[in-house]
Write a protein that binds this ligand. Structure first.
Ligand SMILES: N[C@H](CCC[C@H](N)C(=O)O)C(=O)O
Length: 276
């Protein structure tokens, strides 16, 4: 069949967005990998699928697939693009949109045509909720890798994140440590790996090696996880500007039990269709 899609990005984290409300189609893992393939397909970090609501308290269901075909529980940059997509396609005229994902319900607030604010829900810290193989919850964990011990933060934003503090993101060993930690046995469902440089109490630089996609130009849940870890360690406070290679995000967190609120850009690149 010929599948219509919209190519979008949020701070350079790019997506193929597919409306499966107006198009009746079942996407198999190999279709996802084709859509995401930058040579044989369209090319993206994640494929976002718009589905009808499965419960009365939400407006849509939103499924997220990494380029390797694996399904993820949450995607922050994708959530903002999702909000813009469903309004652009007249699937809703709401400016406050509630969406069910595999990681829980999130609320999208369309600020103006480009900027969207997302209530990402509260972070989870219990090891079994991340998941992380650790005896008890801790402010940071030590993970053994290639004969070294690495200190890192670990938490869930619906999806799992590990965060390492580094002196300079430009010098960070993202290409080697990223894949090694992504698949480290301490993270039974793999993990997204953030490398955070603290610029000031309200500003960080961040690079993220994403589970199932590799290093991306931005990671919304990764930005949330890094700020939560930085605030928890006393390095950051309040609303934090996160500078990523593809752009910047504003992340706010008022502490334990409170939701993380992310604000950032959205962009439509092109519309297309592909035979699958
Ligand atoms: N790779 C992530 C999903 C995409 C998250 C990221 N693109 C974001 O903006 O949050 C995972 O497997 O949990």
């Amino acid at each position: 069949m010929l599948l219509k899609f919209t190519k979008m990005h949020g701070a350079g984290n790019d997506f193929v967005v597919v409306d499966l409300i107006s198009q009746r189609c079942r996407l198999r893992s190999r279709d996802i990998r084709l859509l995401a393939d930058r040579h044989f397909g369209v090319g993206c970090d994640q494929v976002l699928v718009v589905e009808p609501p499965g419960r009365p308290e939400v407006d849509f269901r939103y499924r997220i697939y990494n380029a390797d075909g694996s399904e993820a529980e949450q995607c922050g940059n994708g959530a903002r693009c999702f909000a813009r997509f469903v309004r652009d396609k007249q699937l809703t005229s709401k400016r406050i949109i509630r969406v069910e994902t595999a990681g829980g319900i999130i609320e999208l607030r369309v600020r103006d045509k480009q900027q969207v604010e997302v209530d990402m829900g509260a972070p989870e810290f219990e090891p079994e909720r991340i998941p992380l193989r650790a005896a008890t919850r801790a402010a940071s964990y030590t993970v053994a890798l290639d004969g070294r011990e690495l200190e890192l933060g670990a938490l869930s934003m619906g999806n799992p994140h590990a965060i390492l503090r580094v002196e300079d993101v430009a010098q960070a060993a993202v290409d080697s440590l990223g894949p090694a930690l992504e698949r480290h046995p301490d993270f039974p469902q793999r993990v997204n790996v953030g490398f955070m440089e603290v610029v000031s109490e309200r500003e960080i630089r961040l690079r993220v090696f994403e589970r199932g996609a590799g290093e991306t130009l931005a990671c919304g849940t990764g930005a949330c996880a890094a700020v939560v870890y930085g605030i928890s360690r006393g390095w950051l406070q309040g609303v934090v500007t996160v500078h990523l290679p593809g752009g910047k995000l504003e992340i706010a967190w008022a502490g334990a039990g409170h939701p993380v609120v992310m604000t950032g850009p959205t962009a439509v690149v092109f519309e297309g269709s592909i035979r699958i």
